[in-house]
Design a protein around this ligand. Structure first.
Ligand SMILES: [Cu+2]
Length: 126
């Protein structure tokens, strides 16, 4: 019985180790998070590198934002911010005012109209 439980835990240990190796993403995100800052992610309607530059630039001007990075293939914007200076709601609004959707919220219509055609939601991925 003792030998059997040892075997079981050894097996459990190896599967945990294997899991840790195949999922490096959460640890790398945690590593970029500086002390006193929070991380938030929004799904946006960005389509290309121009959208990426536009969103990252506009977030960089927002109060309390430490870093903003948009992953074009997944359209996910990751923002590192100071929780004592801003809120996820304010950051989401900044994305809307740039002309892009943020999670389930729709882009500000006027800002969206100002986007070049290639950056509209109807544009094909390029
Ligand atoms: Cu674009």
């Amino acid at each position: 019985m003792k030998a059997l439980s040892f075997f079981f835990f050894a097996l459990l240990g190896t599967s945990f180790a294997a899991q840790a190796q195949t999922t490096p993403a959460p640890t790398s995100l945690a590593a970029t998070k500086a002390k006193g800052t929070e991380l938030v992610q929004f799904k946006t309607s960005a389509v290309c590198d121009m959208c990426k530059a536009r969103i990252e630039k506009s977030l960089a001007y927002e109060k309390g934002v430490q870093a903003a990075n948009l992953d074009v293939p997944s359209k996910v914007l990751t923002v590192t911010y100071r929780p004592d200076k801003t809120t996820p709601t304010a950051l989401r609004t900044a994305v809307l005012k740039t002309g892009y959707d943020a999670d389930d919220l729709t882009a500000d219509a006027k800002a969206y109209d100002r986007l070049p055609d290639c950056c509209k939601k109807t544009a094909a991925a390029h």
